[in-house]
Design a binder for this molecule. Structure first.
Ligand code: ADP
Length: 414
């Protein structure tokens, strides 16, 4: 492999490697162990490759905190080789020196079932436990475990920590996680609501308390993570009481291409009356619904907003449905925690769309939500955008899942 020239500085500090393995890409983050300052981030993306380069190659983009990004095409016939090749580039760029400078690796893992309720050290037994939940998140758990194997091989002896998206919901009570289906479905098949995006919701919960200078034990929060996937969590006294996603990440808000909550009777009807197969239905619910399905234009909120501004009727409808669902969910979650002290918006849409924030809060004055329109319009996260005298604060927080994982990884080895 060629030597890498980049103006990254190797300063000899010990670091934390954060690995976030998705279905077609792996994101990396490097943080200083002592200060948790970010050093660099990277993405290894199999989807970014030219068609004619073959499926066994991927593109690594490495962006140092200061300095020019670096882009390399790598041999990555499978996930494991891809991650190992990416770590070799990190080493050549002066970050990792054969693992000796990485003190711990923190992995984002989507699902820990009912068993894993907090961040854990990953050993052989823990890998088996995690693998038992692969059927609950088939697109994420297998790549996550492959990433664990790859970093184990590339960084021998470096402890590995797993941070689970479902863990923040470990204390959700049965009345919030049970579906009114035959109880045996829960007992025998594990069908219940689990909740997702927990790492983001947990980070925003802590950050909101910090911004409000209030103890978590004294706060009722509603955190709306609105990105390509979206969910909201009601948090009381620092504990998640419910999350809008369910057995799978299809439930709850309308999303980029996912439908969110719909009448399950529709699914029976279209199979019976219109002959849709299970596979077709799966494809429609995951990939052809949400913003894309309603607008007919795009799954990307920005593009739908632009089309609506140009007078596109279905784009406008899609946005209206989206905002209505966020607004009514905030109302429902306030009921779950007996009122609300602060609402948080985060994720690509929550952090960037002033229109969505304004529409989602419209009509919720009865709960105490009132925005300062100019603060909302000019908002740079992290910010408080509520009117000075409003009883409920509305915060916009830039989510930092990677930082949360780095923090937890450091805690477990300290
Ligand atoms: P992911 O869930 O993949 O992490 P993000 O949290 O980055 O996704 O959110 C992606 C969404 O954020 C997209 O729908 C995108 O259009 C939207 N978004 C990003 N920037 C803006 C913006 N300035 N205004 C409105 N929407 C935005």
């Amino acid at each position: 492999m060629n030597a890498v020239t980049t103006n990254v500085r190797k300063d000899g500090s010990v670091s934390i490697l954060v690995v976030n393995a998705g279905s077609s890409s792996v994101k990396f983050g490097l943080f200083r162990f002592d200060t948790l300052e970010p050093v660099a981030r990277g993405v290894l993306d199999w989807g970014a490759i030219e068609q004619n380069s073959g499926a066994d190659r991927a593109v690594l983009t490495l962006t140092p905190q200061s300095g020019e990004p670096l882009r390399r095409e790598l041999d990555a016939p499978d996930y494991r080789h891809g991650v190992i090749a990416a770590l070799a580039v990190l080493e050549q760029a002066g970050y990792t020196a054969a693992g000796s400078e990485i003190r711990v690796t923190g992995h984002r893992l989507i699902h820990g079932g009912e068993e894993i309720r907090r961040p854990v050290r990953i050993d052989a037994a823990m890998k088996e436990t995690i693998a038992r939940y692969a059927h609950l998140a088939p697109l994420h758990i297998p790549p996550g475990l492959e990433a664990v194997a790859a970093t184990e091989a590339a960084l021998p002896g470096v402890p590995q920590v797993g941070v689970f998206d479902t863990a923040f919901f470990a204390d959700v009570p049965p009345h919030a996680y049970l579906y009114p289906l035959p109880y045996e479905w829960y007992e025998d098949w594990g069908i219940r609501r689990y909740g997702f995006h927990g790492t983001s919701h947990a980070y925003c919960t802590g950050r909101a308390a910090e911004m409000l200078r209030r103890a978590l034990a004294d706060l009722r929060l509603i955190v709306c993570h609105l990105g390509q996937g979206s969910s909201a969590t009601a948090v009381r006294d620092g504990v998640a009481v419910t999350n809008t996603m369910g057995y799978t990440p299809l439930e709850g808000f309308m999303m980029g291409t996912r439908c969110g909550t719909v009448d399950p009777g529709i699914l029976l009807h279209v199979q019976r009356e219109h002959g849709l197969s299970v596979e077709q239905l799966d494809d429609v619910l995951h990939h052809k619904s949400g913003l894309l399905g309603l607008s007919g234009i795009s799954s990307d909120f920005r593009r739908v907003e632009a089309a609506a501004a140009d007078g596109h009727r279905r784009a406008r409808l899609a946005l209206d449905v989206y905002a209505y669902r966020v607004r009514t969910t905030i109302g429902a979650l306030a009921a779950a925690i007996g009122g609300v002290d602060a609402v948080v918006f985060t994720g690509g849409i929550g952090e960037n769309s002033a229109w969505l924030r304004s529409e989602a809060c419209r009509g919720l004055e009865f709960l105490g939500l009132r925005l300062d329109d100019s603060r909302n319009a000019d908002c740079r996260p992290d910010a408080d955008i509520s009117a000075a005298d409003a009883p409920v604060r509305v915060l916009v927080i830039h989510t930092r899942e990677d930082l949360m994982i780095a923090r937890e990884a450091r805690r477990l080895v300290s």
